[in-house]
Design a protein around this ligand. Structure first.
Ligand code: NAP
Length: 317
């Protein structure tokens, strides 16, 4: 899975392969090419991302089908379940296809009722990377995101940013991860991370329903870094997919193209930046196939103008 011993800052993404009329079918994580539509694995845990899913076999089917259909980028974390999702990934996909990029995130833990707690001290980050390696049964992660709390619970991060990035850089030097990313962060953190350790992705909340992250998106464009929006459908926690389906502007564009509101919302994201990589989350084989077909949807200037009118709404946990 991870062959490059070079942990250097990723190359800019100026020349990804193009097979899509208005954009690119592939983007880049560091120097690795990936399809622009990957899979977010968070929906493969139980309710509240806690405990097992009601239908683990369906979850394994989603993972296998995703890879069969060309998905080569799966986003996960040890704290999904916890453990549950990484174990499903290993059961379904190990030994992993050579081209599969497994991306995780560290910096949080769960309490015994499923609550989310910051756990970002350097020794905690190291232990979490080791846990991911063990449960996924790999020697090196393709990318590890430092999950900060500055977007959702400012002031609660467990350690200074520089110490956290230093811990991940040490693990990179030791060969335990290939690329560092940052998640749930403001632009200033992205700038610091770019300058101090180099990053392969930023993973922040962003969707048609939550467009507050334009400054970070601009930074990613300027540096050719992958931008990976989480909650791309506005978050299941706050009824995002239903809100998209109910929006008159999304519905009008969807009707024009004869596709679902979901595909319009994902196509809008793809149109924002050529190295924006999708990781829509689903535990449904049907939704997986629908989401992968988003590259067929080509939005024109009228569509994009209409989608600008979508009313933003609160998104999150
Ligand atoms: N860094 C972070 O802090 C962070 C936070 C949250 C998420 N993430 C990552 O980002 C990924 C995406 O976020 P998310 O899963 O929370 O996305 P989301 O925007 O909340 O969307 C997921 C919801 O959309 C539904 N859905 C998916 N495809 C659909 C379709 N074609 N039609 C109708 N409904 C559909 C899913 O239900 P079904 O299962 O029924 O399809 C699920 O309820 C996660 O899986 C995770 O890997 C990272």
């Amino acid at each position: 899975m991870t062959s490059s011993p070079d942990p250097a800052t990723p190359a800019p993404t100026s020349t990804p392969a193009s097979t899509h009329p208005t954009g690119y079918a592939t983007g880049r994580l560091g120097d690795k090419t990936v399809h622009r539509v990957g899979l977010g694995a968070m929906q493969l845990a139980g309710p509240g991302v806690f405990g097992p899913h009601a239908d683990p076999e369906r979850c394994r089917t989603v993972l296998r089908r995703a890879v069969e259909l060309g998905v080569d980028h799966v986003d996960t974390s040890q704290f999904y379940g916890p453990d549950v999702v990484n174990e499903l990934i290993r059961e379904a996909l190990h030994p992993y296809p050579e081209q599969l990029r497994l991306v995780t995130k560290v910096g949080a833990t769960r309490d015994d009722r499923g609550g989310w707690l910051p756990a970002g001290r350097p020794e905690q980050l190291r232990a979490q990377v080791e846990d991911n390696l063990r449960t996924l049964d790999v020697e090196r992660m393709d990318l590890v995101n430092l999950r900060r709390y500055e977007r959702d619970a400012p002031g609660t991060d467990a350690a200074p940013l520089e110490e956290q990035l230093g811990a991940l850089a040490d693990l990179r030097t030791e060969g335990k991860l290939d690329l560092i990313g940052v998640s749930s962060v403001h632009a200033e953190t992205v700038r610091t991370a770019l300058e101090s350790v180099g990053i392969g992705e930023v993973q922040n909340p962003y969707s048609l329903l939550d467009r507050a992250d334009e400054e970070v998106l601009d930074l990613c464009r300027a540096h050719g870094v992958a931008y990976v929006p989480y909650f791309p459908l506005g978050s299941a926690f706050t009824g995002g997919p239903a809100a998209l389906a109910a929006d008159e502007h999304v519905a009008s564009v969807a009707a024009r193209h004869g596709v679902s509101a979901t595909r319009v919302a994902l196509a809008w994201l793809l149109a924002r930046y050529e190295n924006l990589l999708l990781i829509p989350g689903t535990s449904s084989p049907e939704h997986l196939e629908e989401n992968l077909a988003v590259l067929d949807v080509v939005l024109d200037a009228d569509d994009l103008a209409e989608l600008d009118l979508v009313e933003p709404r609160p998104v999150g946990h």
